[in-house]
Structure formats: C-alpha cells, structure tokens
Design a protein around this ligand. Structure first.
Ligand SMILES: Cc1cc2nc3c(=O)[nH]c(=O)nc-3n(C[C@H](O)[C@H](O)[C@H](O)COP(=O)(O)OP(=O)(O)OC[C@H]3O[C@@H](n4cnc5c(N)ncnc54)[C@H](O)[C@@H]3O)c2cc1C
Length: 405
C-alpha cells in the first residue's frame, strides 16, 4: 500500500484551485495539502486570460450559485485586496440599450440585480448617460457604480503566496496524466515522479472533465472550449472610454456580448467574442489539437448544442475573421469608434461545460464523491467569485473527507 505524501492534492493552480487551497489550510491546519499545476507559473490559463472585471452580480438567476457567490465573493475579494495591498478600481459599468426593443430586458436586469443584492444600481436616460460615458449612445442604460477592474493574475498568485505561508506546497511544471487507486490512497501519475494523496480536489478548468474521468467518474458534461478574442484601442483612442460599457446580453447565450473594458493597467479592450476553439488552450486561430477537436466532435452533446446555436456560431466565426463586422458591433455602443481606433489584442479560452442534451451549463457546477471534489463548471464570474467558490469547495471537501464534522 502506498503511503500518502499529502492528505489533499488540488489539481489546478488557477484562481479557483488556489483560493480553495488557501481556505483548506485554514479549515484543516496541520494537514498536508499541495496544489499541482502543469504549467511553470500559476494562473496561466483562464485566470490569466480574462477581462479583469470584478462583476457586481447583475446578470445571474436569483438563487443560483453564480448570483450568491458573485455578490459575496466580490465583497470578500475587495476586502482581501485591501488587506493585501492589491490595487483595484471601482470604475463603474453601464449596460446600454441601443434600441427600444432591448428595454424590457434591461428592466429585467435591473430587477435581477436588485434581487441579487447588487448595490447602487440606477437607470439612466441619455443625458445622464453622457455625463458618465460621453461617447456612448443609447436609449437607456443601467449603471452599476461598484463594478470594478483588477489584475486577477496578481490576485491568484497572492492566494498562492498565502497558501505557501500557511504550510502548503505548490508543485508547478507537473502534469497529472493518470490517477490510480492504491489501497486507501490515490497515486497521481505525472510527467515527473508520482504523487500519493488521500484525497483530490479537481480544479483543472479546461481539463476538469478529463481529470474527473481519470478517477473513473463519469462527469455527465464535457468541456467545450470557446475562445474569446479581443481588440485593443490604440493609445490615442483610449480617452473615448471612461469605464466599462456592455450591451444588453442575449438571454439565450451564456456570454455577455462584445464590450469595452478599461483594464487596471490602463489599456482599453474591446471584446471578447465567443468562437469554438480547436484546442482547449487554443489562444490563436491556428492552434489545433487533434485530440481536443475529436473530443468535441465525437460528443453527442456538442452536436445537440450546435443544432440550437449554429446560426450564432456562424455569426461569431464570421465576426472573428472580419474586423469590419466586429467594429460594426462596437459602433452600436459607440458610433464614433472606427476601424483605425482598434488593433488586434489577446484572447482567452473559456471552459464551458456542455451536458449530453446540448445544454450549456449556466451555473457553477461542483460534484463530490469517491474521496474527491470536482469543480466541473466555473466560468465567468468565477474570478470575481473565487473566494466564495473556494470557501464552498474547501468546506465541502473538509466535510466529505472527514476532516471536520
Ligand atoms: C475570455 C475570458 C474572460 C473572462 N472575464 C472574466 C471577468 O472579467 N471577470 C470574472 O470574474 N471572470 C472572468 N472570466 C472567468 C474566469 O477567468 C474563470 O472563471 C476563472 O479564471 C476560472 O479559474 P479556474 O481556476 O477554474 O481555471 P484556470 O485558471 O483555467 O485554472 C485551471 C488550472 O488547471 C491546470 N491543469 C489543467 N489540467 C491539469 C493537469 N492534468 N495537471 C495539472 N494541472 C492541470 C491548468 O494549467 C490551469 O492552471 C473570464 C474567462 C475568460 C476565458
């Protein structure tokens, strides 16, 4: 029988894995806990490729985990930043209705936001809108003054520092390739030496379904990667955007629509779109992984999803290749933006769980059992909500593993 190196190994050193690790050291002092990540640095995937927005909690269905964890997580996050010298800026955000038909949906967002406990929401007419965003044009806007911007890489790596200070280990450059049960323990096969542990928390983001399957768990979902591509405003055009400007989202889609985001580093981004990626870490159009593509295309749930969203998919792909189409969408929010104002920026890949009926899972999805907890869907606002998710997952794990009552 293998003796365990650790009590708990958390697979995935993104913002969710690191927040969970930090909380677990508080709940179970004295336990051997490690975070394992396949990359040389922590927070290199979704946690390092996002819009950097501290969401306030407007969009999410009241009563959902997203609504609860976003609102409580956002408050925990800013407190954590205040205590640890991490800068953030409550620059505020507007959601802009540009056509009369969008007004009922905007009203619904206002109602939802209030029900979710988002503070300070206010409807603006065109005059008030111009005071906040002089270059935006619309019939009405919902203003969220407390929405903020932050560097989530800095946040995640600070969680990692706290975790190590509390006695945890972070093991980077180590890819988990298989998991075997050996007596009471689990043996993680990696590209280096094996690691033995009693329990596992799976926070593997874009690979979370695969890690679950390594444990013999059939997760009931598959991760389908959606790349989000950004343009950036040229420095001389950045003054046009004061904070964050979003469209009224399509309720049928889990993504928010292309928007303008001022980052904490002073750049202004436009995007992200949502195109199917041919690699789970496909940050460019040309990145292709045969395994990842086969994984998507052999999944029945993907084809059921495609039957419902094929038009949206074609539209997104068309816009991805045609700058003029992307700019046209931005002009709906700000007519004075022109093609010469923007140039290609970075991208991120969203880990979107899709179930076998083709439904895109909207809420955070976490399963436990067999000595493990699996975080199977942690899309946006997962970074904002990271401390709330981490508290929840660590609490669940500590109970499920028998470390607390
Ligand atoms: C384009 C985009 C924009 C977004 N914008 C926002 C935003 O503005 N605000 C917000 O709150 N949220 C936003 N999000 C969502 C947010 O980034 C995610 O919810 C969050 O980063 C998820 O963190 P994670 O730790 O679950 O995943 P990740 O950060 O992807 O971490 C998973 C980790 O697991 C590791 N891993 C995977 N497989 C293995 C293996 N086999 N062995 C070892 N390690 C492994 C990976 O290397 C990775 O580091 C955005 C996401 C995207 C993609």
């Amino acid at each position: 029988m293998a003796s365990a190196d650790y009590d708990v190994v958390i697979i995935g050193g993104g913002i969710v894995g690191l927040s969970t690790a930090m909380r677990l050291t508080q709940l179970c002092p004295g336990r051997g806990i490690a975070v394992v990540d396949k990359e040389k640095e922590l927070a290199t995937h979704q946690s390092g490729h996002n819009s950097g927005v501290i969401h306030s909690g407007i969009y999410y269905r009241p009563g959902s985990r997203k609504a609860e964890f976003c609102v409580t997580g956002g408050k925990l996050l800013t407190r954590f930043c205040d205590e640890n010298g991490i800068s953030y800026d409550r620059c505020g955000k507007i959601i802009l209705a540009t056509r009369e038909e969008e007004l009922p949906r905007l009203e619904e967002l206002h109602r939802r936001g209030n029900e979710n406990g988002v503070e300070g929401l206010e409807m603006l007419g065109p005059g008030e809108l111009r005071e906040i965003e002089p270059n935006a044009e619309g019939v009405r806007a919902l203003h969220s003054p407390n929405t903020g911007i932050i560097d989530f890489i800095q946040v995640a790596r600070t969680y990692g520092d706290k975790f190590r200070q509390a006695g945890g280990d972070t093991i980077t450059d180590t890819r988990v390739q298989g998991i075997d049960r050996v007596g009471d323990s689990l043996r993680l096969r990696t590209n280096h030496s094996p690691i033995n542990t009693r329990h596992i928390i799976n926070c593997a983001g874009l690979h979370a379904d695969r890690v679950a399957r390594m444990m013999g768990v059939s997760p009931g979902v598959k991760i389908v990667p959606f790349r989000g591509e950004y343009y950036v405003l040229r420095p001389e055009s950045r003054h046009k955007i004061k904070g964050l400007i979003y469209p009224v989202p399509d309720p049928a889609m889990p993504f928010l629509g292309v928007h303008f985001t001022r980052t904490i580093h002073g750049i202004v981004e436009a995007g992200p779109n949502a195109v199917l990626a041919t690699s789970r870490e496909g940050y460019t159009k040309t990145k292709f992984s045969l395994g990842d593509t086969l994984d998507t295309f052999t999944y029945g749930g993907f084809w059921k999803m495609s039957r419902r969203f094929w038009k949206v998919g074609i539209g997104e792909t068309h816009r991805s290749y045609m700058k003029s189409v992307f700019v046209k969408d931005l002009q709906r929010l700000m007519p004075s933006i022109e093609s010469r104002d923007v140039e290609p920026g970075g991208s991120g890949v969203r880990a979107q769980a899709v179930d076998s009926t083709g439904r895109l899972l909207d809420d955070f999805h976490i399963e436990e059992g067999g000595g493990a907890v699996h975080v199977l869907n942690a899309p946006s606002p997962g970074a904002t909500a990271s401390l709330a998710i981490g508290n929840h997952v660590a609490g669940l794990a500590a109970k499920s593993f028998g470390y607390v009552n």
